[in-house]
Design a protein around this ligand. Sequence first.
Ligand code: CP3
Length: 363
Amino acid sequence: MLSNPDRAQTSSSPVIPPSMQSSSSPASSYLRAARGEKLAVPPVWLMRQAGRYLPEYLEFRAKHDFLEVCNVPELACEATLQPIRRFRFDAAILFSDILVPLVPMGIDLSFGKGHGPQIANPVRTVEDVTKLRNIEPRESLGNVLNAIRMIRAELPRQTALIGFCGAPFTLSAYMVEGGKPDPFANLKRMMYADRHTFDALLNKLADMVASYLTAMVEAGADAIQLFDTWSGILPDWEFRVVNLPVLQKIFAALKPLNVPLTYFIHGGAHLVGAMKDTGCTVASLDWRVSIPEARRVLGDNITLQGNLDATVLLADEQTIRRETRRVKEEGRTGGHIFNLGHGILPITPIASVEIMLDELRKN
Ligand code: CP3
């Protein structure tokens, strides 16, 4: 159980109209909801909110390579701010990728046109794991940290800035498979046949993740999110044996920073109970998870984030409004940050995002 004194005071209080909120609450509605406050209108941001559904992003990307945008602070800053300017989201998420910190560790990463990430030197043996460098993010990821400083200086005060990283299991999936991990044959072979190497890899990644996220908060990130996209392939018992110890290590290291710690799993409806044991303070749910059920399992001390199905934004106006209202209503019983259940799809019409926001922001 978390013992956040702010949350203990606010978790069972009724919805407070913004005009009556105490001036001592942090101004950011994202931070307030993350700390468990119930708000009449939940804060909203969208996973992959800077991306190919935005015409201004497509225009910008025509001039710059993806990894160039990640590595040049001015470019990362511009991409981060594009969706904030257009939609006034309550949180900005740093423009980068979960695979970026693997490059200084020694991973040869590229993003080819139309076919996701590719790794030319997959990690398969204990020697491969030993060769991975232990990095000091303040030195080898200084460009990302400078982007955070620049973005924080540009953002309105009430807009929270989220720093992020991939969780060790998900990063290891890309590293071992050499790209898009599905169907996970090499990864699971290592997990079952060479557990020592697998554990060494996860622990090496956990050290990187904890120090990188700490450096992001020091640089100005107001909150962090850990993406564990692929851990939903594990059953609950195995998640607890293989993955939970490194997650607990990471969140315990970050707890003294006193910022919201969000944990996301894709396809993890069976792992909601285990999410509680990670030490996260916000659980980011995909669209298959029932919010009332997650609230029952996770209790009042964990804020819920999510979980509109991203494909609803491809539907007609009535459906978008109905589903947005449903998720908003379901979230009302506690701290809730409105988001999608996974990243926004590149084919999403801008008008659909506007309809969703219009419905959500009605008091
Ligand atoms: O959310 C944001 O707007 C912030 C930036 C962000 C990106 N990737 C930018 C990106 C974040 C938080 C991520 C996380 C990420 N990256 C995850 C975890 C979340 C999830 O989606 O499950 C994963 C698994 C990756 C790995 C990754 N990066 C893949 C599989 C791909 C290719 C698929 C695709 O969407 O093209 C990427 C590329 C990527 N990362 C793009 C963006 C905007 C598209 C690159 C482009 O502009 O062509």
